[in-house]
Design a protein around this ligand. Structure first.
Ligand code: MG
Length: 395
């Protein structure tokens, strides 16, 4: 079956004005390494009306291309020429082997083209022979003199910035490009105009900018971060400590950072706050960062009698250092005695303080085991905890 609509993505530029060692279309926009080119490809593949996506690359960039497109199944890339115009012509000639009815020509350095813009350009081609994404000039335009000062103010009325995609009837734009070969035209609409083709302007949104400068690349990474799915992690922790009579120890029964009046204490190397130990393990677990024993070995005398609050604060700090916010912490204490209810609010507030988060994000609950097992016999106290971490970018 003949393809109806082809996208031709031009990624053959050498431009390294955006900084770094890579041509800008291969610059990664997020920490998982998604290249601008891959985002542009995905934008067109997400539009069901687009039947095929053909990329034109610089002959030296085959390895970069393979890395950028990854598992995406695309036709083999076409080698471009020395100029953008030559690269587009090479792409059109490759498509001409099985010519589509319509071609949408797009710059790989515009990774944020929206599906709506692509669809609107396609829709315009139902009526017009050519249609391009474009934005009306919003800023006042100044003519500069040789000194870098304003020589004149130019009327911006009726002025537009041409973007891509630029859509055409395939046979017409191929013929126009063949005729224009050797000219120095900076977009395909200019090639069409030279051939007398009327070009429709399709208003676009401001995210469809072209990555040209280092500042553009920073902006692109901010836009990519804003559109990315958040990185969400959940960790759980479990702990038990044995109870013994408080006797003359002078120690308090510590639960979730609160000294609970009771005739017993929890046995342990630190203050044995079983709820905080489970919570620290949940925080470490969410990031695959070992456990409380690895970070605070019981064999280390500095943790003898230590306040477990220190372990939780340290675990939370490590999360924040990785860019994570703690979205929720939930602790369940498992015991027959003491009664936790009267201290729950105080425990929640204490844990929220250690985590530096709103108390609404902290839960402390308690349950019994209905008298079953060692915890049911009151020989110790157990605790379960979960921690949910969120950050805006994937790592
Ligand atoms: Mg413990």
């Amino acid at each position: 079956m003949s393809r109806r609509i082809a996208a031709l993505i031009v990624a053959a530029g050498r431009g390294q004005r955006a900084g770094g060692e890579l041509p800008k279309q291969y610059a990664s926009l997020d920490t998982s390494g998604t290249a601008a080119l891959a985002r542009a490809v995905d934008a067109f593949r997400a539009v069901p009306l687009v039947d095929t996506v053909q990329v034109v690359i610089h002959p030296d960039d085959a390895a970069l291309y393979r890395q950028a497109v990854g598992e995406r199944r695309l036709p083999p890339p076409v080698a471009g020429g020395a100029t953008r115009q030559q690269s587009v012509l090479a792409g059109l000639e490759a498509l001409a082997v099985d010519p589509p009815a319509i071609v949408l020509i797009h710059d790989a350095a515009r990774p944020f083209v929206s599906r709506l813009t692509i669809a609107q350009v396609i829709a315009a081609l139902a009526v017009d022979d050519a249609a391009i994404a474009a934005a009306p000039v919003a800023d006042t335009l100044k003519q500069a003199d040789a000194d870098g000062c304003v020589a004149a103010t130019t009327d911006r009325a009726g002025l537009w910035q041409a973007q891509t995609p630029q859509g055409f009837r395939f046979s017409a734009i191929l013929a126009a490009h063949r005729v224009a070969a050797g000219a120095d035209l900076t977009d395909d609409a200019a090639v069409a105009e030279a051939a007398g083709i009327r070009v429709r302007l399709v208003p676009d949104d401001r995210d469809n900018f072209k990555i040209t400068s280092a500042t553009d690349l920073v902006r692109a990474r901010l836009v990519a971060a804003g559109t990315a799915s958040p990185d969400v992690r959940c960790g759980h922790g479990f702990d038990t400590h044995r109870l013994e009579p408080a006797g003359e120890s002078g120690r308090a029964l510590m639960l979730c950072g609160v000294a609970v009046p009771a005739p017993w204490i929890l046995l342990g190397h630190s203050d044995a706050d079983v709820g905080l130990h489970a919570l620290a393990d949940a925080l470490f677990g969410a990031r695959g960062d070992g456990d409380i024993g690895a970070h605070f070995p019981p064999s280390d005398p500095q943790w003898r009698g230590a306040a477990s609050e220190h372990f939780v604060r340290s675990a939370a700090e490590r999360c924040r250092a990785d860019g994570f916010a703690i979205a929720a912490a939930d602790v369940t204490l498992i015991c027959e005695q003491p009664r936790v209810g009267p201290y729950r609010a105080e425990m929640r507030a204490a844990v929220a303080g250690m985590l530096s988060i709103d108390v609404a994000r902290v839960s402390v609950k308690a349950t019994t085991t209905e008298g079953l097992g060692a915890l049911g016999r009151g020989e110790g106290i157990g605790a379960l905890a979960t921690a949910t971490l969120v950050r805006r970018h994937a790592g």
